[in-house]
Design a protein. Structure first.
Length: 280
């Protein structure tokens, strides 16, 4: 586990309770939002999880909630991402990153707390979410929630860090051909559009050469190279953050914008990671 540096005291801004409440007020709901919930449903608001994760060294760094039309929130699903200043993945050439715990929750009585693992790269201030096939998703049901169960989930995630590092290292060793890079970029655009690569529908979508070149063009020197890890990070940042131009062959060029929905961002991130690790 030499690639994981513990007790790293880096400079990091964390969200205060007031900031979290401003961005994600649903985290502080004091009752279930769905009046039809079962009598067996044990209401545990997200603030409780925030406080309990803080006891374990994990502090909020990002939050969002699903919004309905206008100012009315129709659905109550929301997300909070946590980072531990004492746990860091030390990469080569300064490509250091922090593991993150990404929690999604809903106070509608229909879903459990769900935890995914993310990685935040310092070199580009960009985060990615790992796919289920490689890294486990953990769930805690509202029925019978306890701090001990949460601590067990977190400890399991931390103990799995060496496996995460191993996958990342495997990606760094895999060199891609020009054809593989082009296909990865094209498939990533299909995923963003909600189209399954290789499907019948996908055959009707073909982006022009300029689009593929733009997607594969690194924004920084640290991401220049042909290994899967660097190519994937270039593509992932472009697909989720936008700010490039794209066009289907023979169609009008349009500017691709940042994904604003946290739910779509999580979904696209995981699908991109599946796509990339299939090449390892």
């Amino acid at each position: 586990m030499s690639d994981v540096m513990l007790s790293f005291k880096g400079q990091q801004e964390y969200m205060t309770k007031d900031q979290l409440k401003e961005v994600c007020p649903l985290a502080f709901a004091d009752a279930p939002t769905n009046p039809k919930v079962s009598g067996k449903y044990l209401f545990v608001n997200t603030e409780t999880i925030v406080d309990d994760l803080d006891k374990l060294g994990w502090k909020p760094v990002q939050a969002a909630q699903r919004k309905g039309r206008g100012k009315t929130t129709i659905f109550s699903k929301h997300m909070v991402a946590f980072q531990n200043p004492d746990i860091m993945i030390k990469g080569k050439d300064g490509d250091d990153s922090f593991p993150r715990i990404i929690m999604t929750n809903s106070h509608d009585g229909m879903q459990a707390f769900k935890f995914s693992v993310g990685i935040f790269r310092l070199v580009c201030s960009n985060g990615l979410v790992v796919a289920d096939e490689q890294f486990s998703d953990f769930k805690i049901k509202h029925k019978g929630y306890s701090f001990e169960e949460l601590r067990g989930v977190v400890n399991e995630a931390v103990a799995d860090l060496p496996n995460k590092v191993e996958v990342l290292n495997d990606m760094k060793q895999r060199i891609l051909s020009s054809q593989e890079k082009n296909k990865l970029a094209l498939d990533a655009m299909l995923i963003r559009a909600g189209i399954v690569p290789g499907s019948e529908k996908a055959k009707k979508f073909n982006y022009d050469d300029e689009t593929i070149i733009d997607i594969l063009d690194p924004k920084r020197d640290e991401d220049k190279g042909d290994d899967l890890w660097r190519v994937f990070n270039v593509i992932q940042e472009k697909i989720t953050q936008g700010d490039f131009h794209a066009a289907l062959t023979g169609a009008k060029v349009r500017k691709v914008r940042k994904i604003k929905s946290f739910e779509k961002d999580l979904k696209v991130n995981k699908e991109l990671f599946k796509l990339a690790t299939a090449l390892v």
